[in-house]
Each structure stands twice: as C-alpha cells, then as structure tokens.
Design a protein around this ligand. Sequence first.
Ligand SMILES: Cc1ncc(COP(=O)(O)O)c(C=O)c1O
Length: 451
Amino acid sequence: MTDTAHAAMIDTADLNLDPYWMPFTHNRYFKQQRPANRMIASARGAYYTTVEGQQLFDGLSGLWCSGLGHGHPKIVEAVQRQVAEADYVPAFQLGSPATFRLADRIASLAPGSLDRVFFTNSGSEAVDTAMKMALGYHRLRGESSRTRFIGREKAYHGVGLGGVSVGGMVANRKMFAPLMVPGVDHLPHTHNPAEAGFSKGQPAWGAHLADELERIVALHDASTIAAVIVEPMQGSVGVVIPPVGYLQRLRDICSKHGILLIFDEVICGFGRMGDWFGAQAFGATPDLITFAKGVNNGTVPMGGVIADQKIYDTYMQGPEYAVELFHGYTYSGHPLAVAAAHATLDILVDEGIPQRFAEVGKRLEAGVHSLRGEPNVTDIRNFSAAAAFDLTPIEGKPGLRAIRLFEDALKRGFLIRFTGDTIALAPPAISTDDEIDALIEAMRASIRAVA
Ligand SMILES: Cc1ncc(COP(=O)(O)O)c(C=O)c1O
C-alpha cells in the first residue's frame, strides 16, 4: 500500500529548524542541508511520503517498531475509539479492564513462567525497570549483596542511566561516566567476521564466549551479581546474531550461580525473530523480558517488563495494604497505548505475523547475501526479518561512507538505518517479495555509488 492519498506537498521553506534539538541526529548537518527527503509528511503501509511527495520504502520499519506498516486501519480505529472513550486513566491505584486484559495476553505469549507484566512508556524505561526489579528481588530474599549488573559490549539498552551503564556502545557512554551505575561489568560481544563472517542465521562459532561469564563470576563472586542483561539479537549496533548455543550457556551459568537473566527484547519481541520473542526463537528462557516498539506497532509510546512469577511473588510480602514496588510512570499502561496494543496483538495473532516475518526473512537472507563481493562490503549477517552489512570506513572518517549510502538510498526511495559504517535492514512483515528485492537492488546500487 503506497501513500498516494497523503502525498500533498508541504512547503517547508519558512520552517525554523533551529529550536528542535533532534535526538541521535547530526543537528548541524541536518539543519544546513534541510533535506526535503528526510522531512516526513505522512505514512501508510510500508511507505513514508516526504514533504515533497516522494515515496520512501520503510526499510527499518520506522525504528524497528512498525512491523505491520503504518496507519493500519484496525489500529487507527482502536486508538480513535479509545481517545473518545477514556483518554487517560491514572496508573497508580486504578486500572482499566483493557490494561489487565493486555497484561494477560502478553503473559500468555511469553515463554515459561514469565507471567507478570509491568508497563512503561519506552524501552529505556523498561530496562531501568527490569534492573530495579532484579535488585529488589535479591534484597527481599536476603541477598542484598547482589548489586552488580553484567551487560555486554556493543549492547544497546536505551538511554536511561541503567541502560547506558549496562550498554556497550562507547559513544552513548563516554560523556556520562559520572552518572553510571557502579559495579557494572561487560561480557565480550560475539561479532567476529574473521571466525563467523557472512553467516546466514545463527553463527556456528562463538558459544564459548558465554563462558566469559564464569570468568566475571570468578572475579567478582556470584554473591555480588544481581543480573546479566543481553539483547538476544543485538539490533541497534547492527544485527549481531547470537551464536548457536550461546544464550543457552548464559542461561545455564546464570542458573548455576543464582543470577537473574534479562533478555532485552525491545527489538526482538512481538514477531521480528519469527516467533513471539527472541527467547522462543533462540530457545532460551530468561527471568525477565523487556519489550517496547512492536507491542503496539510503534503507534503510541509503550514498553514494559515481563517478569517470572517467582520475582513477582517475592515482592508480594509485608502488609497487604502496602505498595510492593515503589516504581511506575504516570503513563504506565496509557489507555491509547493499550488500545493500540490490543489491535496490534489481534493482527499479529490472526494473521500469523511472526511466521510472516520469518518468510520475509528468507527473501531478505537470499537478497542481502547476494551483496557479498560488492565494493567495501566486509561482512553480512541476518536472522529472520533482520539483516545488516558492514562497509569499509573511509580513511580517517569513520561513519561517513554509511551516511553517504543512507543519503544515496533515500534518493532512490529507500529508508534504511546506519550505525557507524554498518547498514541495518528490518523491513515490515507486510513487505512483498518485489519490495524486498527492490530494497536489495537499491542497496547494491548505493554501495557502488559510495565506493
Ligand atoms: C534492545 C533495546 N533496548 C532498549 C531500547 C530503547 O528503547 P526506547 O528508545 O524506546 O527507549 C532500544 C531501542 O532501540 C533497544 O533496541
């Protein structure tokens, strides 16, 4: 579905760009360039329409969140109905039936005994929430010495101070060192093109890197460690797929030492990995799952944590009239976000969207690996409907080749994402074979154009 109905031109010549401090954006470059093809007027299906009426194929599903495409009529209708019915309900000491029902639905999709759902408004908040839950869990069980968190290099866990501390992307960390949560250590990342370059699906090499957790435990002692947090598939850094057996090993080591395992499924959750969560797709069950994005197709901000029953139960002590967890957000379980999530889940279930992502992924896999041998392409990897390739940096100007590719692709009508000199692709589940093929051919042309 293209966006022809919404292709009206919008004149931006007089628009003052200065006051808006854009997030994760080169502000000066953007404002100097005033790129009309990066000014979005509307979105329908798998396409954005720019202010000049150009159609852009949404090659990253927004920011990994709009897997059903934009403006899905069922989601639009649900949100419109909800805003008229109850625009806001306080989240503390009150609830609405739809929020309870949503928690029930999400719990039923999650693996094992992950049965308790807490709502936040973003992935970052979800990560900080999960970290607090883990700390409190140990404290309530009389193990208050368990305060350390173990993250992983290259990880992205959002921009909250907890998430930045356990995250592993240097640019997100280096300015904020004094604010970091103390006592955090990091596992090594698993991206190794020399050993597992150009792998299709899960790399066969690398499970042994999970054993580094044993080394970290030996260094700090298990009695000081609250939780390990990893993205099952590292998305934001550029699609780093867990090696076969890696997540299971992490699970085993955590269980052996009484350490909680948190899967940050903000990108992986709700179908992208070809199953409901990365946990099921990769066959390892954590104690806590964080989610956001795909839960309601990115329509209204929403995130959350799914906690193992044992964690929730541990909090349920003391007088019954007392608040058990002193944490929450004004907009936790916001009625509009909940309505959008119900409509999204209806579509995900009724239309078998996780399987659809897997099918899109097969086409994407064949296509993206056909880029091997194109100039400057040093690695390619994929799993389900997520793929990435790395480019040789321009000498002395890291990141510039990817920016140029991004700009070239836009001219061709394709929106993709770059991190450093890595290009990530995560098309929506509604993508047709022809659209995936066109995305790949645009990448090929752009790679050559920036060689
Ligand atoms: C794994 C992961 N965790 C957390 C976040 C942060 O989510 P948000 O931007 O909604 O705060 C992201 C965002 O991309 C993510 O990929």
